[in-house]
Ligand binder design. Structure first.
Ligand code: SAM
Length: 330
């Protein structure tokens, strides 16, 4: 199995996002189609199959795994699974992306499970807007759970999709959150993924506009990251947390992309903007096929990992893509 995962452009895959379910308890307008068709349960990877993939990925050089969805916490047994992953793979950095609506009762367990980093999606700090955007009146629950995660000693990032005409007047409130709580608040550019999400060129609140507008309100000091991820971060004077922007739309980071994605039905994706998938579920379930067969598919997938710019450009023209974010996991 030896040999790390290098793609044809010399990029090393070290980070895998795993969607554990396509189901979600929210219906965010920019993310989910109103017509919800869920993947049947028997096509969703079992936890044991995900753990097997994680073990193989780790052997190939994956260092960090992020659980996402759908909403990972809606899947039955997710906390037991996280604890098992923490026990089996103490050397992997484990993280989760969640809407934090139903994690309240799990926070103490999470904090000791080996998964101590959570990205919490919260696109507005206004209760009515939250209800309008997600279809649920759960703003205060999420806000309280952010504090509870911080108090439990977890590393918390708050991710907000920046949408013109929706939350582009909320910089003062988000800056206040980053100033007063030790959380990184990061705006993600609205991406043309999924159908009937309301995406248009004009709805993208670009990273450069966000930073320019925030600089008018607050002195922002660029932070040189030791391990640079996709976010460009800024410190705030006397801020406990920081402000950041992630610009997959206006300033793609394809050249340094280190990601692989495993979807909830066991498809491997090498690029968020590509609809090409490599099927692993059948191999995982085949009684005579072994880990080496999985490895072969992973390596083949990696070899064809694109530089996503051109694909993004095509999607920009059409404004949609057939895949739903909830199935890929963001
Ligand atoms: N349920 C979890 C959550 O709410 O974070 C995880 C799944 S969600 C699909 C993962 C991330 O994708 C969230 O931060 C969400 O805001 C982001 N996302 C969904 N659709 C998006 C879009 N069209 N553009 C940018 N980000 C999007």
């Amino acid at each position: 199995m030896a040999g790390k995962l290098l793609d044809a452009h010399g990029r090393k895959a070290s980070y895998m996002r795993v969607s554990v379910t396509d189901r979600c308890n929210l219906l965010c307008r920019y993310c989910a189609s109103k017509e919800r068709v869920f993947i049947p349960h028997d096509r969703i990877l079992r936890y044991e199959e995900i753990l097997r993939c994680m073990g193989i990925a780790r052997e190939l050089g994956i260092e960090k795994v992020r659980f996402t969805g759908g909403e990972p916490f809606v899947r039955k047994g997710f906390m037991d699974f996280v604890e098992e992953a923490g026990r089996r793979f103490p050397d992997l950095t484990l993280a989760a992306t969640t809407n934090a609506t139903i994690i309240g009762k799990h926070i103490d367990r999470l904090a000791t499970s080996g998964l101590s980093r959570v990205n919490i999606s919260l696109d507005t700090l206004d209760r009515d807007r939250y209800r309008h955007m997600t279809g649920r009146d759960l703003f205060q629950v999420v806000r309280d759970n952010i504090d509870a995660c911080v108090d439990a000693g977890m590393t918390v990032k708050v991710n907000a999709v920046g949408v013109r005409g929706f939350n582009d007047d909320e910089l003062p409130a988000f800056l206040e959150l980053a100033r007063t709580r030790p959380v990184d608040v990061r705006f993600i550019e609205f991406m043309p993924i999924g159908q009937d999400t309301g995406w248009s060129e004009g709805s993208v609140w670009t990273a450069s506009d966000i930073i320019r507008e925030a600089s008018e309100l607050e002195k922002l000091v660029p932070v040189a990251e030791r391990h640079r991820g996709p976010a460009t971060m800024y410190a705030l004077a006397a801020g406990k947390g920081r402000l950041g922007v992630i610009s997959p739309y206006s300033n793609h980071f394809c050249g340094s992309c280190n990601r692989l994605r495993l979807t909830s039905e066991g498809d491997l994706r090498t690029c968020l903007f590509s609809d090409r998938v490599f099927h692993l579920r059948k191999i995982l379930r085949h009684p005579r096929l072994k880990d080496e067969h999985v490895v072969r598919v992973v390596r083949t997938a990696l070899k064809s990992k694109p530089i996503g710019h051109d694909l993004l450009a095509a999607k920009r023209e059409r404004g949609v893509c057939s895949t739903k974010m909830a199935a890929i996991g963001g």
